[in-house]
Design a protein around this ligand. Structure first.
Ligand SMILES: NC(=O)c1ccc[n+]([C@@H]2O[C@H](COP(=O)([O-])OP(=O)(O)OC[C@H]3O[C@@H](n4cnc5c(N)ncnc54)[C@H](OP(=O)(O)O)[C@@H]3O)[C@@H](O)[C@H]2O)c1
Length: 245
């Protein structure tokens, strides 16, 4: 059990490029972290090692969020180690190009099951715990500004992210006043040092702030939501003004 008495965060997708930075930042805010990875065990172990420097009681578990049974198993493992849940960050996501006329059932299932179904059942499992607690808790979903754009060749991905934004509003309404539920919609984030100097195509021309996002831009938005007590059902676009273009 959580003998440390610290606040606790359950996070999916913390083995990701941006996800690992988010998990580290939340640990740095004084939280115990319980996170999931799916196929990247080595990356997950490196992330856990870093997190444990500041939060030694933190743990990780393998979980394919496209499978409800895996989500149930992960939450069962969570509950055997931690007796409170203050924050869920649902970040697990699949992303690949799918030309509209060539999308297969397998492409659709892989993208929509991971991103939308996985986010729904993770939120549901977290809400079941949070609604029993006598204190305010928070859910932050990770969507994408593509939910508000009409990208070519990414239909299942963008539809899944649009669905996540609507799930965010639904959970916010149905779980208030116990849970604050919001979404972060990143623009293009440079998770690799030096990538800013090699922008893809004309992307920078479409970003009023004239740079790609940095993981810290996302971390700062998450920290803001972790402090807020009156914002719910919102999508915060962290995109350097890309959606203004
Ligand atoms: N980075 C960006 O520029 C950007 C832009 C817009 C939106 N976002 C959103 O921000 C969030 C974090 O991005 P990121 O850069 O960390 O993404 P990423 O590097 O692509 O990592 C994806 C994460 O999702 C996990 N995942 C994939 N399929 C899974 C499955 N079936 N079950 C469980 N976990 C699964 C991966 O785990 P394994 O590797 O262990 O399989 C990994 O931890 C995502 O929701 C992403 O869509 C990112």
């Amino acid at each position: 059990m959580n003998a440390s008495g610290k606040k606790v965060c359950f996070m999916t997708g913390a083995s990701g490029k941006l996800g690992s930075e988010i998990a580290l930042a939340i640990a740095g805010q004084g939280y115990s972290i319980f996170f999931t990875w799916n196929s990247s065990q080595e990356k997950a172990e490196k992330t856990l090692e870093k997190i444990r420097w500041v939060s030694p009681e933190s743990r990780m578990v393998q979980c394919d969020v496209a499978k409800v049974s895996d989500i149930e198993r992960a939450f069962s493992a969570f509950s055997s180690h931690f007796d409170r849940l203050d924050l869920l960050v649902s970040s697990a996501s699949n992303f690949f190009r799918t030309d509209l006329l060539d999308v297969t059932e397998s492409d659709w299932n892989s993208l929509v099951d991971t991103n939308l179904k996985g986010t729904f059942f993770t939120m549901q499992a977290a809400a079941r715990i949070m609604l029993r607690q006598p204190f305010l808790s928070r859910i932050i979903t990770m969507s994408d500004i593509s939910a508000d754009l009409v990208w070519r060749n990414y239909a299942p991905y963008t539809v899944s992210k649009t669905g996540i934004q609507h799930l965010t509003r639904i959970f916010a309404r149905e779980t208030a006043p116990h849970i604050l539920v919001n979404s972060i919609a990143p623009g293009t984030i440079s998770a690799y040092p030096g990538r800013e100097s090699e922008p893809e195509g004309d992307l920078l021309k479409k970003i009023p702030m004239k740079r790609l996002g940095d993981p810290m831009d996302i971390v700062m938005a998450i920290r803001f939501l972790m402090e807020s007590e009156y914002i719910t059902g919102q999508v915060i676009n962290v995109d350097g003004g890309r959606l203004l273009h």
